[in-house]
Design a protein. Structure first.
Length: 244
């Protein structure tokens, strides 16, 4: 059991294969398939840490639609300036994470993003999807971004959010994903309370390849989020940094 648990913690390949127990977002594990993915190398130590990319360069490095499924379709690429602390819930009610959230909010960088539909005929909000965002910063700042995201999740593991219907609770967890780029985390969010929320876990991978931040989310499909993030990291390393 000890060796099996160590494998789950250390190797992305085992994560994607469903190693560990078959729990929900509380354990960061869920049963299910998904293609096995080998480790994806980073570029720290070989790439210029000050190098940044334009939105157009980032857009060219986004995943092709077929990377998330045969026959998949993708929206138009959206280019812009990353200038706010994206994602993962409503942090405003968490005083313990205020400093981390404020610093995240002030970060800037060129960005490119798009959404993919593995099933092109499915367009409902509960249908499978993948969303990918690339943001370019100097490598040191990109590393700081991930550090702040970890701090925010750890400080605000449980946040009460007022809604029009009734207060709900957001549950946030973060765990490292070794062997994926230069550093990576899997973020899990569950919302409970009210009639509209059932506590289902939603998954998002945030990783860094050099100074490029890669964010990949796939809603409740953990395996799809992980496999798409691994492919996104590989493509960024190859297309932007010339990694093998």
């Amino acid at each position: 059991m000890r060796g099996r648990a160590a494998g789950c913690a250390a190797v992305l390949l085992m994560l994607l294969a469903g190693c560990g127990n078959g729990g929900d977002g509380a354990s960061g594990q869920r049963g299910g398939g998904g293609s096995e993915q080998p480790p994806v190398s980073g570029v720290d130590g070989t790439a210029d840490p000050a190098k940044v990319f334009t939105g157009a360069e980032l857009g060219a490095a986004l995943l092709p639609a077929e990377a998330v499924g045969k026959g998949a379709k993708a929206t138009e690429i959206s280019l812009g300036l990353f200038d706010r602390g994206y994602g993962g819930g409503d942090w405003s009610a968490c005083a313990a994470g205020r400093d981390a959230h404020g610093e995240l909010w002030r970060m800037r960088g060129a960005s490119a993003e798009r959404t993919y539909r593995p099933d092109p005929a499915a367009v409902g909000e509960n249908d499978p999807f993948v969303h990918e965002r690339l943001v370019s910063m100097p490598a040191g700042r990109a590393g700081r971004y991930l550090e702040l995201r970890r701090e925010l999740h750890e400080a605000c593991g449980r946040v009460t959010v007022d809604t029009e219907a009734a207060p709900v609770e957001e549950h946030h967890e973060v765990r490292p994903l070794p062997d994926l780029g230069d550093e990576a985390v899997l973020e899990t969010t569950r919302t409970t309370g009210g009639d509209a929320y059932d506590g289902s876990a939603h998954y998002e991978v945030e990783l860094r390849v050099g100074g490029v931040l890669v964010t990949v989310g796939a809603g409740t499909d953990r395996a799809l989020a992980l496999s798409s993030a691994a492919e996104a990291a590989r493509r960024v390393g190859k297309d932007l940094y010339g990694a093998p």
